[in-house]
Write a new protein. Structure first.
Length: 553
């Protein structure tokens, strides 16, 4: 069943009636109800690639059609970046086009976080040659460039695709990168290796016109690690490793998670799925989203709203009866992870006796030269396999025991910490005002400075702790599920002036205690006050904690 822009997919049963007003295709409602639905209907986002290659890269930025510039180019991982020098205070009064720079952010999707050193070298070379050295690791295992010129995009694609990488559907209303456990297939404690499922989902879904016009973005995750290391609770669909008492290792299915406005923790369908059935079940769920997802209002279009209205029982019934045409097996929930850190930082034994070494850059910020050096270290000490994590970290795989010290020394010399402080280890920051048009405040530099300050002020602090910093009310750095979440906004300082600052959320978490942090009523801190504020909170926690208590508000 192929859904093109001209002929939207026909779901197996058409519905009519009260849901028509939400713009659901399954209600027979194919007339676009907003500008985004209109441009998607006018032309499939995937088709913009030909225009980039044949027209825009040759004629330059000014030749780009506005609906491609602010719409379809996302289907190939391209967003215009923020014009330098435009401060947060003016954002609210500027139209989006006034914030557009002539340069782009370009996102490289790394499904499952799986990279070879050959691929990593190419990512590093592209960064140095075309992206002024930028190459941030995102919290969805991607690499993100800035300063990209439209003229260079075809050559960048040629180089990335020559080593099996792509930017296809890295952004847009599409199936985004599929998160996977970065230690799939090697971890000693693994319940089930989901690698095949990640690859098969990617092969079936990504770049497939049947799934290139979804109501909004669609985030997927697959992990058979008992550490629950892909933030499954906040994905649209997630497959989480469990052992069924009769059938053995397989996956527990979660749907409808997501942050941003109206954040929701995903819900379990109560179904156990063996590895070989994961791609079918995934395809059924993404098809439900395409056919039944709400398309009228952008802020109600994520799958979480449909799941909230239907509930898990109805969702499972529709999946079984209309898409899979069979019943799923009931199954158990995942168990509570034994470790609180889920990032795989440190030196760990693999199931084959080799070791993997996870390390922490600062708030995901890295550069092309460093990536090339990491590739060289990984080749010198391992087998040439590298991973990105969903916590803005990286891992080198397959290191013999007698080579780990040498690798650790090489990484630390690059300021890539294998034994980082809890502050460096647990801090994530989104792109922020440096490049993001939606941002109100600075994030990466602020986070990096905060790490230094906290390491200096609290050298003995040794508790697992997450501090996540967003540059605006969106949730790209997952503030709602951090111990300390900082949401960028303008605040008043002591003299009543508007300055950069943060709304504070305390006590969020992922894992089986997953929940959202409490917005501390009226608690806003200026950027200048931030180190003092965080230090005060952490000192109070150290004084008042009881045995076994994790950090919480
Ligand atoms: Fe941009 Fe806001 Fe997302 Fe940060 S949270 S990257 S500022 S949209």
């Amino acid at each position: 069943m192929a859904a093109t822009s001209e002929t939207p997919a026909a779901p197996s049963r058409r519905k009519t009636g009260r849901h028509r007003g939400e713009g659901q295709w399954a209600a027979g409602h194919f007339t676009p109800l907003n500008g985004n639905e209109q441009f998607k209907k006018d032309d499939d986002g995937l088709n913009v690639r030909t225009r980039i290659e044949t027209v825009y890269s040759k004629a330059g930025f000014d030749a780009i059609d506005p609906s491609d510039l602010r719409g379809r180019m996302r289907w190939w991982g391209l967003y215009t970046q923020r014009k330098p020098g435009i401060d947060g205070g003016r954002t609210a009064v500027l139209a989006p086009e006034e914030l557009d720079d002539r340069y782009f952010m370009l996102r490289v999707r790394i499904d499952g976080g799986r990279l070879t050193t050959r691929q990593l070298r190419v990512i590093g070379e592209v960064s140095e040659e075309f992206a002024r050295g930028t190459a941030d690791i995102t919290d969805r295992q991607n690499i993100q460039y800035h300063w990209i010129r439209i003229e260079d995009v075809p050559e960048i694609w040629r180089r990335l695709e020559a080593v099996g990488l792509s930017t296809t559907e890295a952004c847009g209303d599409t199936p985004r990168v599929i998160l996977g456990s970065p230690v799939a297939g090697i971890a000693e404690d693994e319940i089930v290796d989901g690698t095949w499922a990640v690859e098969e989902i990617q092969r079936r879904i990504v770049g497939n016109p049947a799934f290139s016009n979804l109501p909004r973005k669609f985030k997927s995750a697959v992990s058979g690690s008992p550490l629950l290391d892909v933030a499954h609770e906040i994905n649209d669909v997630a497959f989480v490793g469990v052992r069924h008492p009769e059938h053995g290792p397989g996956f527990d299915v979660w749907v409808g998670g997501g942050l941003s406005t109206n954040p929701r923790i995903g819900v379990r369908l109560g179904a156990w799925v063996p590895l070989e059935d994961v791609p079918d079940v995934h395809e059924g769920i993404v098809s439900i989203f395409r056919d039944y997802g709400y398309r009228r209002l952008r802020n109600r279009a994520r799958l979480k709203f449909l799941v909230a209205d239907w509930g898990p029982e109805k969702f499972r019934t529709v999946l079984e009866q209309e898409y899979l045409l069979r019943r799923l097996t009931d199954g158990p929930p995942p168990e509570q992870p034994l470790a609180r850190w889920r990032d795989h930082v440190g030196v760990h034994r693999q199931k084959d006796g080799l070791h993997y070494v996870g390390f922490a850059p600062r708030v995901g910020r890295i550069d092309g030269t460093t990536l090339t050096k990491i590739a060289a270290l990984a080749e010198e000490h391992g087998s040439g396999r590298v991973r990105t994590t969903a916590e803005q970290k990286m891992i080198v795989l397959d290191v013999p025991a007698d080579r780990t010290d040498s690798l650790v020394a090489g990484l630390e010399a690059l300021d890539l910490r294998v034994s980082p402080s809890p502050f460096r280890r647990g801090m994530m920051a989104c792109t922020g005002i440096e490049f993001c048009k939606l941002a109100i405040v600075e994030t990466k530099a602020r986070g990096s400075a905060l790490i230094d300050e906290l390491e200096r002020r609290l050298p003995g602090f040794d508790e697992p702790l997450t501090i996540n910093i967003n540059g605006c009310p969106n949730a790209c750095a997952r503030i709602q599920v951090a111990d300390i979440g900082l949401k960028g906004q303008l605040v008043l300082d002591d003299e009543g002036r508007q300055v950069e600052g943060y709304q504070v959320h305390l006590g969020g978490a992922l894992g089986l205690e997953a929940g959202f942090g409490r917005k501390v009523r009226g608690l806003k801190v200026t950027s200048a006050e931030l180190p003092d504020y965080v230090e005060r909170v952490l000192r109070r926690y150290l004084e008042q904690r009881t045995d076994g208590e994790r950090f919480a508000a």
